[in-house]
Design a protein around this ligand. Structure first.
Ligand code: URA
Length: 192
């Protein structure tokens, strides 16, 4: 499947009830050959209105976090576990995640990233380990199928709680080192 075909099928999706309350499907942004994939949980109000991930207050902080380590929307792909806004910014339900995850799987297959960074608990539980505890496990790295995974505190959590920021700074420096290491390795793995 091509990026265009995947985007079109995602934009037309009505596999879960979130389709009924959305303004826009938030498919994802970034170069279609980016080596680093960031995955949040789901669009918030601004993202739903604009159709782009991480454009609200949490997104502004994410942009600042990325720029500290030389990353940005020009060299990363950014998307979410669910592509439509959960009303009132509640957590996406398991059934909504189940309905939407095939889109992320196909995006990952097309992108062939070297590194996947989960933003927050929801993405980390879904992509790294169902028992993931963000306070305990943030900043740790695991390799699965040739792809390196880690999780950072969600930028919204960092907006609410400044005391988490020093840990996140350290996690970002580790991410920077991993990005440099990955860039030196020409190999990109296929997702089965
Ligand atoms: N929070 C998310 O998890 N994703 C967005 O796109 C915006 C806020």
């Amino acid at each position: 499947m091509t990026w265009d075909a995947l985007r079109q099928s995602c934009l037309a999706c009505s596999r879960c009830p979130l389709a009924g309350t959305r303004h826009h499907v938030v498919f994802g942004v970034g170069p279609e050959d980016a080596e680093v994939l960031f995955v949040g949980e789901g669009p918030g109000q601004q993202e739903d209105l604009q159709g782009e991930p991480f454009v609200g207050p949490a997104g502004q902080l994410l942009d600042e976090m990325l720029s500290i380590i030389g990353l940005g929307r020009h060299n990363c792909y950014i998307t979410n576990i669910v592509k439509c806004r959960p009303p009132g910014n509640r957590d996406p339900q398991e059934s909504e995640q189940d309905a939407c995850i095939p889109f992320l799987r196909r995006q990952t297959k097309l992108l062939r990233p070297k590194i996947i960074v989960c933003l927050g608990r929801i993405a980390a539980k879904r992509l790294i380990d169902p028992d993931f505890k963000i306070t305990r496990d943030h900043g740790q790295w695991v390799e699965k199928g040739g792809i390196w995974f880690t999780a950072l505190y969600h930028p919204s959590a960092l907006l609410r709680d400044m005391t988490k920021r020093p840990d996140t700074f350290r996690d970002l420096k580790k991410l920077q080192a991993k990005v440099l290491e990955a860039a030196a390795n020409p190999h990109r793995y296929d997702i089965p």
